[in-house]
Design a protein around this ligand. Structure first.
Ligand code: ADP
Ligand code: ASP
Ligand code: MG
Length: 403
C-alpha cells in the first residue's frame, strides 16, 4: 500500500466545477487502495482578495491578524473538497492546521513548518479516510495561526510527504509540468521531463512561479521526489529529483524572469570599510530583501557608486531609509522601477566553458543592454529593462537550443 500526497493549487480548485474534477482525480488515486493525503490551496483569487481587504482596513495591519485572515481561504476549499468526496461515497474530512497541529517557527507570513503531528491522521488514513489539509499555514508556540509565505501550499505538501514518509508527492497545477520557461509567456517553451533540485530551486527563486522555492529546498533536503502535473489534462508531468552530481547532457535547462524589480544607484558614496553594511543594515532590519548588488571600484579610494535591486513594492520605504541614514554620505540617489532579471539555469554550465560569453553575445545581437550581472555555479542572471524581457527570453531560448 502506497502513501501519496496530492497537492492542488488555486486554479485547480478555482470553481465548484474544478473542485468536482479534483475530487475525481483524488478518487482515481484512492481506488488503487492508496493512502491519500490531500493538501489544498485557497480558490484562486481568494488570498489576493484577503490581502486587499487588509490594506483597506490599515496600511499597518497587525501581522498575526494578517495571517489569521489569509489562512481562511484554505478552510473554504478544504471543506468543499471533503464535502464533495463524501457526496460521491468516500470517507473524507477537512483538517485545519491547528487541528492536526502543524507546528511552525519564524515570523508571521514567513514561518516555516518544523513539525507535523502524525498520530491522529495515521489512524484516520489506516481506516480508509482521506484527510483534506489546509496548505500554507500552521500555528506557532503561542497557538497563533501563521502563514508560510505566498504559494506556501507547495511547502506544506513537501513537509507532509516527509512526515508521512510518502511514496509519492504530486503537485497538481494549471500547467502540465515545468517548462524551459513560462509557457504562458513564451509559446516555444518545452516541457522538461526531469529536472534536478538545484536547477528547480534556482528557477523557482529566479521567478518561475510553478514551484515555491522553499518547497524545493525542503524537498532537496529530505530527498522527496516531486511530480508536477496538470489537474486539467491527464498527461505525464515533470519529475523534480536527483542531485547535480548526476550526469546532464543539457547545458541550459531553463530560463526564468522576474517581475516588479527596481534598481537603486547611490552615486558618489564616501568609501570606507563598513559602508556597504551601513547602507544595508536598515534595509535588513525592515525586512527588505536586497537581491543583486554591484559596487564599483573607486579610482581614488574616496568615492564609489553602489547599485542594487529590490522588489518595486519596497522602493518607497527603501528610498526613505537611505535618505534618513545618517551613517552614509553620497552625491545622488537614482531609481529605475522598470527592470527585470532574466536568468539562464543549468548544471551543464559547470562543465561547459563559454556560456557567459554566449549569453552576453546573444543579448547584444538584439541590442539588449545589460544593467547588472550576477552568477552562481549553475546560473547567470542579468538585469535588463522590463520592456526587453520577452525579446531576451526569445533569443536565449534559441541560443541554447531549447526551442
Ligand atoms: P498553483 O495555483 O497551482 O500553485 P501557480 O500559479 O503558482 O499555480 O503556478 C503555475 C504557473 O506558473 C503557470 O500557470 C505558469 O504560468 C507559471 N510558470 C512560470 N514559469 C514556469 C515554468 N518554467 N514552467 C511552468 N510554469 C511556469
Ligand atoms: N493561498 C495561498 C496563496 O495564494 C497559498 C497557495 O496558494 O499556495 O499564496
Ligand atoms: Mg503555486
Amino acid at each position: 500500500m502506497k502513501t501519496v500526497v496530492l497537492k492542488f493549487g488555486g486554479t485547480s480548485v478555482g470553481s465548484i466545477e474544478r473542485i468536482k474534477k479534483v475530487c475525481k482525480i483524488i478518487a482515481s488515486y484512492k481506488k488503487n487502495k492508496n493512502r491519500i493525503i490531500v493538501i489544498s490551496s485557497a480558490m484562486s483569487g481568494v488570498t489576493n482578495d484577503l490581502v486587499n481587504k487588509s490594506k483597506l482596513i490599515s496600511n499597518n495591519f497587525d501581522r498575526a491578524e494578517y495571517d489569521t485572515l489569509l489562512s481562511t481561504g484554505e478552510q473554504v476549499s478544504c471543506a468543499l473538497i471533503a464535502g464533495r468526496l463524501n457526496h460521491i461515497g468516500f470517507k473524507s474530512r477537512s483538517w485545519m492546521s491547528w487541528q492536526i497541529p502543524i507546528i511552525t517557527e519564524g515570523p508571521h507570513s514567513g514561518a516555516r513548518i518544523n513539525k507535523v503531528a502524525v498520530k491522529e491522521l495515521y489512524n484516520y488514513l489506516k481506516n480508509g479516510g482521506i484527510p483534506i489539509i489546509t496548505g500554507f499555514q500552521g500555528i506557532n508556540n503561542k497557538l497563533r495561526l501563521t502563514t508560510i509565505g505566498r504559494s506556501g501550499s507547495d511547502a506544506t505538501a513537501i513537509m507532509f510527504a516527509k512526515f508521512f514518509k510518502a511514496n509519492e508527492c504530486i503537485i497538481f497545477t494549471d500547467v502540465d509540468g515545468v517548462y524551459t520557461t513560462d509557457p504562458r509567456q513564451y509559446k516555444n517553451a518545452k516541457k522538461i521531463k526531469k529536472i534536478f533540485y538545484d536547477e528547480m530551486l534556482e528557477m523557482a527563486s529566479l521567478g518561475s512561479k510553478v514551484m515555491q522555492p522553499t518547497s524545493v529546498q525542503d524537498a532537496k533536503l529530505n530527498k522527496i521526489n516531486i511530480q508536477v502535473k496538470s489537474s486539467f489534462v491527464s498527461k505525464p508531468g515533470t519529475l523534480i529529483a536527483g542531485s547535480i552530481k548526476s550526469f546532464s547532457d543539457k547545458i541550459i535547462t531553463g530560463i526564468s524572469s522576474t517581475k516588479n524589480d527596481a534598481k537603486i544607484t547611490i552615486v558618489g558614496v564616501k568609501d570606507r570599510p563598513g559602508v556597504a553594511a551601513s547602507i544595508f543594515r536598515p534595509l535588513s532590519q525592515n525586512l527588505i530583501n536586497v537581491d543583486m548588488v554591484v559596487q564599483n571600484i573607486s579610482l581614488d579610494g574616496k568615492e564609489t557608486d553602489l547599485t542594487f535591486t529590490i522588489k518595486s513594492d519596497d522602493l518607497k520605504k527603501t528610498e526613505k531609509l537611505i535618505k534618513r541614514n545618517k551613517k552614509i554620505s553620497y552625491k545622488k540617489l537614482s531609481f529605475d522601477k522598470n527592470v527585470s532579471k532574466v536568468s539562464i539555469i543549468g548544471v551543464g554550465m559547470i562543465t561547459t566553458p563559454g556560456i557567459t560569453y554566449r549569453m552576453f553575445q546573444a543579448l547584444a545581437s538584439k541590442k539588449i543592454n545589460i544593467l547588472v550581472i550576477s552568477t552562481s555555479e549553475i546560473k547567470i542572471s542579468v538585469l535588463v529593462s522590463a520592456k526587453q524581457v520577452k525579446k531576451a527570453i526569445n533569443i536565449l531560448h534559441k541560443e541554447f537550443k531549447l526551442d
